[in-house]
Design a protein around this ligand. Structure first.
Ligand SMILES: [Zn+2]
Length: 339
């Protein structure tokens, strides 16, 4: 091991090297990840480089220098979740098992970064840690999951081209149909160039069509902005495009549902409840078993909540510019909190 880098020039060189190697390795990894997700297989392991202590060290050293601190934060968004993996999900998804896992994640985060795991995710991806709100009852949206007419690949490609041209997005989006029950998910193969959107085999409910729009919003964000986007801003782009399912939008009628505004309210109420649970809420609104999001995506709920507020601010501006402004704001607040 050589001397640790300590000047701006040394940190910059280490960042260039790390970013370059990640940019070379991630496209193949993300393609394999997307394929595994579509086929319901476990994801491939992240590239070794993303797990090396030296990579994390480079990202953290960047925070000391104004000129490169934003690059350090962008890298931490990728590296921190890998550094905090604390073993496999237990076979029985009970609340006791969840609390044990959450405590282990928290302890690992405090030991390494001086913040709890949920707090650290909020700092990196929202730019601040919001007060935990009192959860409310989750509204039910009758008919949201009732099948009607299915949309085919051509209709999805058409709606993507319409969205991309209206929002000024260029680049390649591949639509991959997965198993019937697959969770819709977007994979950024190469930022500003290529994304893969994995969708279930059948899309025939208002909910499923809105999820397609949500993922196309993620694809738009991936093609508009560089790597390391804060989750709240990424989800805001997705929420912004998903809102095109609401009456009054410029999409073809088959994508629009009278139920969409109520469904948006329901999603926000769920995110608020799950965020409260992540912060220790243990009251009567807690569901019978912990939802998958709490196991697999710790700390994401604060981003979902912030995303709705950010999406309110995106309307009427060029999307790339509006998203970049929001991302910068989150990143600089995160720098201040992590220095
Ligand atoms: Zn999303």
């Amino acid at each position: 091991m050589g001397q640790p880098p300590c000047t701006l020039l040394e940190v910059e060189m280490a960042l260039d090297l790390l970013e370059g190697e990640l940019a070379a390795e991630l496209p193949a990894h993300m393609r394999a990840f997307a394929r595994a997700h579509a086929e319901g297989r476990p994801p491939p392991p992240a590239p070794l480089l993303a797990r090396l202590p030296s990579s994390l060290k480079t990202a953290r050293q960047a925070l000391a220098f104004d000129l490169v601190a934003d690059r350090g934060i962008a890298l931490l968004r990728l590296l921190v979740p890998l550094a905090l993996e604390v073993g496999r999900t237990p076979p029985e998804r009970t609340w006791d098992a969840y609390r044990t896992l959450a405590a282990a994640r928290d302890q690992a985060a405090r030991a390494r970064f001086g913040h709890g795991a949920i707090e650290l995710a909020a700092i990196l991806h929202v730019g601040h840690v919001a007060e935990a709100s009192e959860p409310r009852a989750i509204p039910f949206v009758d008919g949201w999951r009732v099948p009607d007419a299915a949309v085919d690949d051509e209709a999805i490609r058409d709606v993507w081209h319409l969205i991309a041209s209206r929002l000024g997005v260029a680049g390649t989006v591949r639509i991959d149909r997965g198993a019937p029950g697959v969770t819709p998910r977007t994979f950024v193969v190469e930022p500003k160039a290529e994304a893969i959107v994995v969708l279930p085999a059948v899309i025939d409910t208002p909910r499923a069509r809105t999820q397609v729009l949500h993922e196309l919003g993620h694809a738009a964000a991936a093609l508009l902005l560089p790597a390391g986007l804060p989750r709240a801003v990424d989800e805001a782009a997705a929420a912004f495009v998903a809102r095109l399912a609401e009456p009054g939008s410029w999409l073809p009628p088959r994508w629009i549902s009278e139920l969409a505004p109520a469904a948006r309210e329901r999603r926000l109420a769920i995110a608020e409840l799950l965020a409260a649970i992540e912060r220790g809420y243990d009251g009567p609104l807690r569901p019978g078993t912990p939802p998958a999001a709490l196991w697999e995506d710790p700390g994401a709920q604060s981003s979902y909540i912030a995303a709705e507020a950010i999406a309110d601010r995106l309307a009427g501006q060029p999307l790339r510019h509006a998203l970049a402004t929001e991302a910068d704001r989150v990143t600089w607040r995160a720098c201040e909190l992590l220095r």
